[in-house]
Design a binder for this molecule. Structure first.
Ligand code: ADP
Ligand code: ADP
Length: 235
């Protein structure tokens, strides 16, 4: 579903010449949730941003479904808004001057495929219902708890019905007590939709609890991959 080959990214102006992402290959199967796990600075976020089209690679190819998203050698680069993806970042990134439903409607009313307001609201309500927030639709976003705000972000990422969901440390700004709950909600939604998902985390327990497969990165490379339970048997 997501096929990555030889993906390489180097940030300019770094004194130590090291690739942030150093020639990685990935195959993320359709409908699965795969975690990118590893210490801070190992290249997880850069990999996710490259798949999202928020960064341009120096080399490699990324395919989503049967469409080539980028291949610098061939001059191919599909921008973030044209990719069939939804993204959730670690900060809740809800717009504070809007209600929950206005936040979720926003992507439907901007860009090239603008929906009329009534239709956008209907689709946004479906997405909020999916994350269990329908009854909070008309609350101002800042009046929601951190966990609820992160579920609004998830609903917003899903509202355009993407083929792929990209989650960058979606739990790490939440209180410890909320993390497990939101994690389980994310997994439940992912399974219900059967949506192919890449989940970035530095937390082993989180990776173990949430994923079908874990890919361990270090210094821009993949050092281990497998079913969550197998990875944890490694020394
Ligand atoms: P992780 O998500 O695993 O913490 P990142 O992908 O954020 O790792 O970072 C990988 C490496 O690239 C790190 O050395 C980081 O400092 C560097 N890096 C990330 N983003 C930038 C940037 N915009 N400019 C320069 N260096 C960056
Ligand atoms: P995150 O792990 O969510 O990316 P960071 O604080 O590591 O959080 O990075 C925040 C932003 O700064 C990101 O857009 C990242 O690409 C950029 N960044 C990370 N490391 C560096 C760096 N060494 N130099 C410049 N920008 C960086």
């Amino acid at each position: 579903m997501i096929e990555v080959r030889g993906l390489t990214k180097r940030y300019p102006g770094r004194t130590v010449s090291r690739n942030a992402v150093d020639g990685i290959d990935l195959d993320i199967p359709e409908g699965k949730l795969v975690t990118l796990l590893g210490p801070s600075g190992c290249g997880k976020t850069t990999t996710l941003r490259l798949i999202a089209g928020l960064e341009r690679p120096d080399a490699g190819r990324i395919r989503i479904g049967d469409r080539l998203m980028c291949a610098p050698a061939e001059g191919v680069f599909v921008g973030v808004h044209q990719r069939p993806i939804g993204v959730v970042f670690q900060s809740y990134a809800v717009w504070p001057h809007m209600t929950a439903v206005q936040n979720v409607m926003f992507p439907l009313q901007s860009g090239q495929k603008r929906l009329p307001k009534a239709q956008a609201r209907k689709r946004a309500m479906e997405a909020l219902d999916l994350v269990g927030l329908a009854e909070f639709a008309d609350r101002p976003a800042p009046a929601l708890s951190g966990g609820q705000q992160q579920r609004v972000s998830l609903a917003r990422a899903l509202t355009r019905e993407p083929e792929v969901l990209l989650l960058d440390e979606p739990l790490s700004n939440l209180d410890a007590g909320l993390r497990d709950r939101v994690r389980d909600e994310i997994r439940a939604v992912q399974l219900r939709l059967g949506i192919t998902t890449v989940f970035v985390t530095h937390d082993q327990d989180e990776a173990l609890a949430v994923s079908d497969e874990v890919i361990v990165m270090d210094s821009g490379r993949i050092v281990e991959r497998g079913q969550a339970q197998d990875i944890y048997r490694c020394p």
